[in-house]
Design a protein around this ligand. Structure first.
Ligand code: ADP
Ligand code: MG
Length: 735
């Protein structure tokens, strides 16, 4: 007997297995040569500064450029000119609507479209777009998370143009929309989004780092943070995806027995990419190039059907916008290929999850990378200064960094045995570790070959070899030659919060170092600078760790060193309210007024909602799919036993055994279902949010695990003809 659901599963497997790669024609939404190279159409859908230069006078451009890198307000006059130029460009490209494109605290983007279409004073139909409309818009903000900043009676918030990130045209089947990257702020000017604090943190970092450089005698105008996020994701066939309520609603599987073959053969990482997936990747990259997203790397990741896309790094604010576009474009293009992408941090138990390695560094207006060991002693002092500043920042604000990556999904990675641990530490690599060692221990001693370029005795300034190829996959925050890689960020998260708090922590550390330096000597020399670097490293090097971050020894060692190990999101979120963190964020202007409280509330609420969706979806799946399959299976076995007993006078022992296993598991499933139901009732009766979050983390999570175990055991014994949920082997391998 085959149930309808199970036959739907077989049908989906057949469909998934027989699809051909989708062939796509490159489209440019304006007549272009179809054989253009990427470099020839890169950015054709963005209104870049270069394009603006063609339309505006040079003095207007310089004001605009300044606006993009400073806090100065923009005059309406210039806004009108930009609006005219961008309207002409967008209309010529066939755009019909424009929208302020912003990032409320949902991890995703939001947009409300308005038509260019309007009436002039005499009632004639026209296309209109003004400076005022460019600068500001007022979406109904009442349905976005605000964490209490915006009292409910004051539902208004407004979006404001971020002139430092280029506007772009989003294509869809039937037209184009002009998207204006924007901030989202309450009427009192409090940030309701992810972009505003990021921009504030960049400005704080710019101030601190520029002062550092000036104190060290460098002639600089500004310093920017750059970011290159490596994005991991899974793909699966949509017909199988659609039959899994958990993937559909929770973005991850809540049940599912591991197939005998997972990632143990280690044949997927960098393996040849399946034609259907490659076809999808190529189309997505094509769309992303049009939007100026500089896609560089694509490859298979460790787990079956897991992939990665990485761009060339950019200014952190633009990189954050572009990462949002990557998520969006991958999602929409995948559907054209009858695929679904999963950005969840842990879509499948038992195989690797997905993260986002956010590569980060600082550069001055001359393009020098502050985290690049240089060719001469002065450059190396600069490098060591910023290295020390970053280490100090990570040590002092570890809980804030931990908070920045906390989410319901990322809880499955952090602290589990496959991804960065929940203990925030810095990996430096052998060479740098030796440099730090030599600098911070008196006497020095002879150096190894690897660090032989270091000459501490002569100028007392180490020359550091640039060749640093060390890798440590177990560190949450690793130095990789000329940048740090924040490896603990979740795959589905916006990169803005992690960048925001990292920038802020480093800004604060640099400010303190600047002050100490000025106090020691208002006109500091090399010796003063080096002494401060050494003192700073000495004070903070305890956050550096080179070993295996997964090992239990590290957990013990970290505890000895006093490094926090925060395992769950509810615990991690509290860090933003710690006085030290709160004071630092306020002093730099990264968060104002009620923002800190509000962010805590938003994140905690989100944690609860995500988990409640999971728990309720699980309950449905057990009731509608797993339990009925278990009962049907047991009934068939029982019927066979009964008829054999009648026919042969006894039940074969093997059948008897199977029947007992099936009925035991069915009974266990009934109990599990009840337990889950009771737990959900308790949750509904718990109104205190921190208590509810803690309850879910400490009781709900183990309960989900327990229930899942029974279901996964059932999956092994129940007749395949009765099992309606697509199995791991099918979702992971049928493409
Ligand atoms: P891997 O997988 O070896 O870590 P990838 O080449 O996949 O490296 O990704 C490295 C990322 O780091 C890319 O996005 C790259 O552009 C970025 N990156 C390189 N240099 C810098 C830098 N100075 N600042 C920020 N990001 C950088
Ligand atoms: Mg990397």
């Amino acid at each position: 007997m085959t149930t309808n659901r199970a036959s739907a599963r077989f049908e989906a497997v057949r469909t998934a297995g027989s699809r051909a790669p989708r062939v796509f024609k490159k489209t440019f939404s304006s007549p272009h040569d179809l054989d253009l190279k990427a470099s020839e159409y890169f950015g054709c859908n963005t209104f870049s500064f270069d394009m603006m230069e063609k339309k505006l006078s040079s003095s207007d451009i310089s004001i605009l450029r300044e606006f993009a890198t400073s806090d100065k307000p923009l005059t309406l006059d210039i806004a009108n000119k930009v609006a005219d130029a961008v309207r002409d460009w967008a209309l010529a490209r066939g755009a019909t609507h424009y929208c302020h494109w912003f990032q409320p605290q949902t991890g995703a983007t939001a947009e409300k479209h308005d038509a260019f279409f309007s009436f002039d004073k005499r009632g004639n139909a026209i296309e209109k777009f003004t400076g005022k409309e460019l600068i500001q818009s007022e979406p109904d903000a009442s349905s976005f998370p605000s964490g209490g900043v915006r009292a409910t009676f004051e539902a208004r918030g407004y979006t404001a143009w971020d002139a430092s990130s280029p506007m772009f045209l989003m294509e869809s089947e039937n037209g184009l929309t002009l998207c204006i990257p924007s901030l989202f702020i309450s009427y009192n000017g409090e940030a309701l989004d992810e972009k505003t604090p990021l921009l504030r943190s960049l400005s704080a970092l710019n101030k601190a780092a520029t002062e550092s450089l000036k104190l060290m005698g460098h002639d600089v105008k500004y310093v920017i943070a750059s970011a290159g996020p490596e994005q991991e994701y899974f793909v699966c066939d949509e017909s199988l995806f659609n039959l899994r309520p958990d993937l559909l609603l929770a973005g991850r599987t809540l049940l599912g027995r591991n197939p005998p073959r997972g990632q143990q053969l280690e044949d997927h990482y960098f393996g040849s990419i399946k034609p259907r997936i490659l076809a999808f990747m190529m189309e997505a990259e094509h769309e992303l190039y049009k939007l100026s997203v500089p896609c560089k790397t694509r490859h298979n990741e460790v787990a079956p059907s897991q992939c990665e896309i990485a761009p060339i790094f950019e200014n952190a604010n633009i990189a954050a916008d572009h990462n949002q576009l990557v998520l969006e474009v991958l999602r929409t293009v995948a559907r054209r290929h009858q695929l679904q992408v999963l950005f969840h941090e842990k879509p499948y138990a038992g195989i690797n999850g997905s993260g986002k390695h956010v590569n980060w560094s600082l550069a001055d207006n001359h393009g020098h990378n502050m985290l690049e060991p240089g060719d001469n002693p002065m450059d190396n002092i600069r490098f060591l200064w910023f290295l020390a500043g970053t280490i100090k920042a990570v040590n002092e604000y570890a809980t804030l960094l931990r908070m920045s990556i906390a989410s319901a999904g990322n809880d499955f990675r952090l602290g589990a045995n496959e991804a960065p641990p929940a203990i925030i530490s810095c990996f430096l690599g052998d060479t740098l570790t030796e440099v730090v060692q030599k600098l911070t221990t008196a006497g020095g001693g002879s150096l190894s070959d690897r660090a032989k370029n270091i000459n501490l005795d002569l100028a007392r300034v180490p020359l550091i070899s640039r060749d640093n190829t060390d890798r440590n996959r177990t560190s949450p925050f690793a130095f990789t030659g000329n940048k740090f890689e924040f490896r603990a960020v979740g795959a589905s998260a916006s990169i803005s919060p992690s960048l925001t708090y990292l920038n802020a922590a480093v800004a604060k550390a640099l400010h303190e170092m600047n002050d100490q330096l000025k106090k020691a000597n208002p006109r500091p020399n090399q010796d003063d600078i080096l002494k401060l670097i050494v003192d700073t490293l000495n004070e903070h090097k305890k956050v550096c760790f080179e070993g295996n971050g997964y090992s239990t020894e590290w957990h013990k060692e970290a505890e000895k060193r006093g490094l926090p190990n925060i395992r769950t999101t509810p615990d991690a979120l509290a860090a933003i309210k710690e006085t030290k963190n709160k004071t630092m964020l306020a002093s730099l202007g990264v968060h104002r007024g009620e923002e800190v409280e509000a962010r805590y509330n938003v994140k905690l609420e989100r944690y609860i909602k995500v988990r409640m969706i999971e728990l309720e979806t699980l309950q449905e799946m057990l009731s509608n799919e797993v339990f009925p399959a278990a009962v049907a299976h047991t009934r068939i076995l029982a019927q066979s036993a009964a008829s054999l007993k009648t026919a042969m006078g006894g039940i074969p022992s093997e059948l008897e055994k199977q029947l007992r296993i099936a009925s035991d598991l069915t009974a266990k499933m009934a109990t599990a279902k009840d337990k889950l139901g009771t737990f959900l009732e308790q949750c509904a009766a718990t109104h205190d949010e921190p208590k509810l979050a803690a309850k879910i983390a400490s009781e709900g999570m183990p309960l989900m695990e327990e229930v899942r175990k029974v279901s996964d055991e059932l999956e092994l014994v129940v007749d395949d003809q009765l099992w309606s949920l697509p199995k791991y082997r099918e979702i992971l391998y049928m493409m």
